[in-house]
Design a protein around this ligand. Structure first.
Ligand code: EZ4
Ligand code: CO
Length: 454
């Protein structure tokens, strides 16, 4: 570093590049992109990112993984950046635009890297870019955990509970099928079950197994290489059947099991208010994603009409999407996915904002988010004070071989091991055996042919 006097440094400040300017302010020689250099990490040697590998693989369904290698031999981190149906857009953003910015940077400076990638692109936000940033963010937290010899939940403040209350999915073509599916979940140990039923007379309903391509199967390898399926949705029969489903389930299963339901952003505000009100007698744990993500202010209408607890957020991509719902206490559970909201760095701020307004978390734990994200979910769940519930899936054997590790399930709760970092990995050689195949989520239409939210 040049030994320049403070005054001349100031005089020249605005002529210098960002990197040189930081040097003039007395920092150690900065890295690429003007990143300030940390002075010490417990006496550990300085670390640099040496390579960023984007692994697109389809063990059971498509996943986008980010493997970040460092200058310390054998030290790397693995993140997940999967965006169902738009996987290659995220992979390209990572490979072509983001990876070149990371080489040479200090992997320990996660917040700085997040800000640099999110705000530094100028074109901030959106699911593709945010999920790409999250893939990097998760890999960096993995590296930091390995470097510290601690699981992620320790880095986040340590354990606040013995495990994360989990929920599973139950669906069927009629009430008895759904009831049987809920019972199977309860026999497996679940205390919370999400229940969905097919709409009579309509071909296919979100979240039910009435059709070959349901929410559960969409994107799976046996469904790939095709164009999207179309489901038919009509609000009136849907609004009639759902309260009757929960009347049936309460009559048959009693009051103790916690029941949930996902409307998947399908309803208009007044329909959503009606459904929330009519479900009140059945005491749902929560009613999920009632409205499109664009209509946050419409939650005020629902709140005026119902005491059914509300959850929202799997299509949110920033903390600013969450702000009005949380600060006005219009929802009870914020349920974004940690990868789709920007990684652990973003999600822990969402959780902290929610804590201040007595809103709890319910991170989106679907099958189309990879094991590293599920591991991050549970690390947050067991370290924050305002955890609510955790959606979960059991990954098939083939997924667990290619992307090993991830949360465990016992007695209705999830937990993570004490492995350092996220406790997940990717088998790159095996991943090559399962190449990406194009796949889409289903789309939906009304009976008259008009486009409907799926
Ligand atoms: O349909 O992740 O609550 N869970 C969900 C999910 C979503 C999928 C879409 O890619 O709504 O199953
Ligand atoms: Co959902």
């Amino acid at each position: 570093m040049a030994t320049r006097s403070h005054d001349s440094g100031r005089r020249n400040f605005f002529k210098l590049t960002g990197a040189a300017a930081l040097g003039a302010l007395g920092a150690s020689p900065p890295l690429r992109g003007g990143q300030a250099v940390a002075k010490s990490s417990r006496g550990l040697p300085p670390l640099k990112i040496t390579d960023v590998r984007v692994i697109v693989t389809s063990p059971g369904r498509n996943y986008v993984l980010v493997k970040i290698l460092t200058s310390e031999p054998g030290l790397y981190g693995v993140g997940d950046a999967t965006l169902n149906g738009r996987e290659l857009a995220v992979a390209t953003a990572l490979e072509k635009h983001i990876a070149p910015l990371l080489i040479g940077r200090d992997p320990d400076q996660i917040e700085d890297t997040w800000q640099y990638l999110y705000r530094g692109s100028y074109w901030r936000g959106g699911p593709v870019q945010v999920t790409a940033v999250a893939g990097v963010d998760l890999a960096l937290w993995d590296i930091k955990g390995k470097r510290a010899g601690m699981p992620l939940y320790q880095l986040l403040g340590g354990r606040t509970r013995v495990g994360a209350l989990a929920y599973t999915h139950a669906s069927g073509r009629d009430f008895v099928e759904v009831e049987d599916a809920v019972r199977r979940g309860m026999e497996r140990g679940f205390k919370c079950v999400r229940a969905q039923v097919a709409i009579p007379g309509l071909e296919g309903t979100y979240g039910t197994s009435a059709r070959r391509k349901s929410e559960e199967t969409a994107g799976r390898v046996d469904q790939q290489g095709e164009l999207p399926e179309t489901e038919i949705f009509e609000p009136s029969p849907y609004l009639r059947i759902v309260p009757k489903l929960f009347e049936h389930l309460r009559a048959k299963l009693g009051d103790e099991v916690e029941l949930l339901h996902d409307t998947h952003e399908k309803l208009a505000p007044i329909q959503a208010a009606r459904l929330a009100r009519e479900l009140e007698p059945y005491h749902l744990f929560f009613l999920e994603d009632l409205l499109r993500p664009e209509h946050k202010e419409s939650f005020r209408l629902i709140r005026q009409h119902s005491t059914t607890p509300l959850a929202m957020g799997e299509l949110f991509n920033s903390i600013w999407d969450c702000v009005p719902l949380i600060t006005e206490q219009l929802i009870d559970y914020i349920r974004c996915g940690v990868s789709h909201i920007g990684g652990v760095t973003a999600a822990r701020k969402v959780a902290a904002l929610a804590e201040a307004f007595q809103v709890k978390t319910a991170w989106h734990g679907a099958a189309d988010l990879g094991p590293p994200v599920h591991a991050a979910h549970v690390a947050l769940d067991i370290s924050i004070p305002n955890f609510g519930v955790q959606e979960m899936v059991f990954f098939p054997e083939v997924t667990r071989e290619v992307i090993p590790g991830g949360p465990t399930f016992k007695d209705g709760t999830m937990d993570v091991s004490d492995a350092a970092g996220l406790g997940t990995d990717v088998n790159e050689e095996l991943a090559k055996k399962y190449p990406y195949r194009r796949s889409y989520l289903p789309t939906a239409r009304r009976q008259d042919g008009a486009v409907q939210d799926w």
